[in-house]
Design a protein around this ligand. Structure first.
Ligand code: AMP
Length: 281
């Protein structure tokens, strides 16, 4: 389905005879991580509910020097994955449909968006919030599922949905990883063989550093291991409150170790929870 009207009508038709409606927003180039989200959506929707997957490479969340033009696009394979997982509707709008001429409204979450990736990618989360708000209004799901790999995105979207009273449950799904620990990502296909081998050291570094008991030690150890393992210095490494994303000085509440690193031209992000048993919780 390519137009707002058709997807809204299809969902409305099904909403009348069944419930709930669960949305999985994606940018396509689907992999096993996306498939896991679709499966989780099906479980949440039940066999009579409606699972909607949106596939849209959202231009407003890319910076001027980022990879919008090169972002992988695999429309046929994507539709096959959606069909295999029993998706009820796949919404693949054009940019003109989502941002018609004269479009002049955006949504900005101003607290959780500031640090981490938000500091490196100005405007990124404004683009994410704007497109997700549009998708929420078009599909009007009961719930939407987002991956914990994009941990800050999940927190920002949750906050936006809460602040704007969308009445939509924003659910997280654990990160799906390759056998060697690398978080699955559409961008992994940019990696050369050598870069791919180095990329595996990124999650390994985070997992190892997260065993420490002090945020400053965790950060310095992760920075050192990422730099030595991947050959690149990280863009950021942070230990933050799992809810507020504020940097932590002590592990006295649920925490997340989050980092970004660019390997060659490919920017990777990942995060691990810091086990509560390591803090004073
Ligand atoms: P993207 O297509 O990269 O914008 O991702 C669409 C959704 O899939 C987002 O909610 C991501 O967090 C989620 N996602 C991407 N990669 C993974 C993964 N490896 N495991 C779980 N969820 C993922």
């Amino acid at each position: 389905m390519r137009t707002l009207g058709t997807v809204a009508e299809a969902v409305e038709f099904r909403r009348n005879c069944s419930s709930p409606v669960v949305l999985v927003p994606t940018m396509g180039a689907l992999h096993a991580g996306h498939a896991a989200l679709i499966d989780a959506a099906r479980i949440r929707a039940g066999k009579n509910g409606t699972v909607v997957v949106s596939i849209f490479v959202n231009p407003t969340q890319f910076g001027a020097k980022e990879d919008l033009a090169d972002y992988p696009r695999t429309p046929e394979a994507d539709l096959k994955i959606c069909a295999e997982r029993g998706t009820d509707a796949v919404f693949v709008p054009t940019a003109e449909e989502m941002y018609p001429p004269g479009d002049a409204t955006s949504i900005e979450e101003t607290a959780l968006s500031r640090g981490l990736c938000g500091a490196q990618r100005p405007g990124h989360f404004r683009g994410v919030c704007t497109v997700v708000a549009k998708l929420f209004n078009i599909v009007r799901p009961d719930a939407a599922i987002f991956g914990e790999k994009d941990f800050q995105q999940l927190a920002v979207v949750r906050r936006m949905a809460r602040d704007l009273f969308f009445g939509i449950e924003v659910a997280g799904h654990p990160t799906v990883r390759e056998a060697d620990g690398l978080a699955m990502s559409s961008r992994n296909r940019y990696l050369s063989t050598d870069e791919r081998a180095r990329a595996a050291q990124f999650p390994a570094a985070l997992t190892c550093a997260a065993k420490e008991t002090n945020p400053a030690v965790i950060i310095s150890k992760a920075t050192d291991l990422i730099t030595r393992g991947t050959g690149s210095s990280p863009e950021y490494v942070a230990v933050v409150d799992a809810e507020t994303l504020e940097p932590l000085q002590a592990l006295d509440r649920p925490a997340v170790l989050a980092a970004a690193v660019k390997i060659g031209q490919t920017r990777l992000i990942d995060n691990v929870r810091i086990a509560p048993s390591h803090g004073k919780i």
